[in-house]
Design a protein around this ligand. Structure first.
Ligand SMILES: NC(=O)C1=CN([C@@H]2O[C@H](COP(=O)(O)OP(=O)(O)OC[C@H]3O[C@@H](n4cnc5c(N)ncnc54)[C@H](O)[C@@H]3O)[C@@H](O)[C@H]2O)C=CC1
Ligand SMILES: O=C(O)CCC(=O)C(=O)O
Length: 448
């Protein structure tokens, strides 16, 4: 097998979390699970070809990694980005298994996507790309089997085109795609869900840390990214009274000492939907734009850090810088946002510091997205629609339940015991997700 660095990093994190706990000592049978679980049940890889606007043929590789369906049908997003390869999709699919288990609902793990740069392409060409991708993908998906959704480069627009092509190819409505438009089966709050969920779990961490004395109100929040997750994390943080001091995209970051207003974030949402750069959208806000930079060493004093762009976007040095800048709560909207060195820097404060950093890994922090996707499937199955308030309140209570479960599991299995003020959420979230899937694998004869 070729070396897959991103996947290896994701596997190493889980391996370490399990090995540094008492799980294997207490229940040696679980040692058998990871070697089986770490290999996807099935990898679909296919050719995707379409005609571009210049009338030329383009061709690339599409994937769907169906990782594990022991607790429910395969579920996870689709990424359209020029960096997409099997290592990236295996890391994302592997993460998705544990995250989906942690939601407390019956969904298995999967991820897919297309190695393509969609920047600068017309809407017509993007529709042709989505149609071409679905002409292969439709063979392996469907509500009872496998349920895709969006991720980087795949918003409600692309989901709509793909669902339409599935319907035209099959005469059926059961693509299983979530993140659909509200007129054809989408759920209220799905676009907001991941960003809101990140803020809800962070708010719950703040309340734990301060015995309910503090909340988002008055806190300074550094956010990276300016896509779906970043946008709604920013809006919710502002609604709760915080100051959002940064956003970014792959070209650079924007820093605002006095904070973005709600209206400015709404302009970012509209600008990104029109596929413009953050620099262009924010050019008349009067804020500082730093080309080619991430926000972490430029954002000034902060209380809360929410990486919401892409993997490995916080280095060890940046994490140290953020800790010195006052960061007390870190929650990852992006999958594997922190490098192993950054996680180590945040985690080591739990043992040594009077005021440790609460580090919430993505399996827990960003599970609100797939959670509400699952709510979308539940509503579709009953042919009903829940109100925004209903979805939002279920989302919030599941995020809090995920945090409580992760804390309880960390206390139960951590070797640190009561020596630390704060249990490791990395250990807790990984073990809680792992146990549910591992038990299902034993019960169904996938491991014996
Ligand atoms: N959309 C969802 O429901 C969920 C998304 N996530 C994760 O959240 C992160 C963001 O996803 P979305 O907001 O949905 O995607 P998006 O496509 O809406 O936005 C992605 C953002 O990241 C930035 N970005 C991409 N590559 C970058 C790079 N190399 N350096 C700096 N910035 C870069 C883009 O400019 C954009 O602002 C990803 O890690 C994704 O896997 C996790 C759970 C659910
Ligand atoms: O909504 C979904 O099904 C998947 C969301 C996703 O891709 C993720 O949680 O990383």
């Amino acid at each position: 097998m070729s070396y897959e660095p991103e996947f290896q990093q994701a596997l190493d994190e889980v391996t370490k979390a399990l090995e540094q706990s008492t799980l294997y000592e207490k229940h040696p049978k679980y040692k058998k699970v990871l070697p089986v679980l770490s290999i996807p049940q099935k990898v679909n890889q296919f050719r995707v070809t379409w005609e571009n606007d210049k009338g030329e043929q383009e061709v690339t590789v599409g994937y769907r990694v169906q990782y594990n369906n022991c607790i429910g049908p395969f579920k996870g997003g689709l990424r359209f980005h020029p960096t997409v390869n099997l290592s990236i999709l295996k890391f994302l699919g592997f993460e998705q298994i544990f995250k989906n288990a942690l939601t407390g609902t019956p969904i298995g793990g999967a991820k897919g996507g297309l190695c393509v740069n969609t920047k600068g392409r017309s809407e017509n060409e993007i529709r042709r790309i989505c149609n071409a991708f679905m002409r292969e993908l439709y063979k392996v998906i469907g509500t009872e089997k496998e349920s895709p959704a969006g991720d980087i480069g795949v918003s409600g627009v692309e989901v709509g085109y793909m669902h339409g092509e599935y319907r035209r190819l099959t005469d059926r409505y059961d693509s299983g795609l979530t993140g659909k438009g509200l007129d054809f089966g989408g759920s209220l709050i799905r676009p907001e869900a991941t960003g809101y969920g990140v803020v809800y779990v962070t708010d719950a961490m703040i309340k734990h840390a301060t015995n309910g004395r503090e909340s988002f109100k008055g806190k300074r929040v550094a956010i990276s990214g300016s896509g779906n997750v970043a946008q709604y994390a920013a809006l919710k943080a502002i609604e709760l009274g915080a100051t959002v001091v940064s956003l970014s995209d792959s070209k650079g970051c924007v820093i605002s000492e006095k904070g973005f207003s709600e209206e400015q974030i709404k302009n970012v949402i509209a600008g990104k939907a029109a596929r413009k750069t953050l620099e262009f959208i924010t050019s008349d806000f009067g804020f500082k734009y730093i080309s080619g930079a991430r926000p972490w060493t430029h954002c000034g004093p902060v209380d809360i850090v929410l990486p919401c762009a892409t993997q490995n976007e916080v280095s060890g040095e940046e994490a140290e810088h953020l800790i010195k800048a006052g960061a007390k709560y870190v929650a990852e909207g992006s999958n594997m946002g922190s490098t192993p060195e950054a996680i180590a820097a945040f985690e080591k404060t739990r043992a040594s510091s009077e005021s440790p950093v609460w580090f919430c890994p993505p399996k827990l922090a960003n599970m609100g997205g797939v959670m509400v996707s699952q709510f979308e499937l539940a509503q579709n199955a009953q042919r009903i629609s829940w109100t925004a308030e209903e979805v939002d309140s279920k989302l919030k209570s599941h995020m809090i339940a995920g945090l409580e479960l992760s804390m309880k599991t960390a206390r139960e299995y951590s070797k640190e015991g009561d020596k630390v003020k704060l249990p490791s959420l990395v250990v807790g979230a990984n073990i809680a997700g792992f146990l549910k899937v591992a038990n299902a694998m034993f019960d169904q004869g996938d491991v014996w």
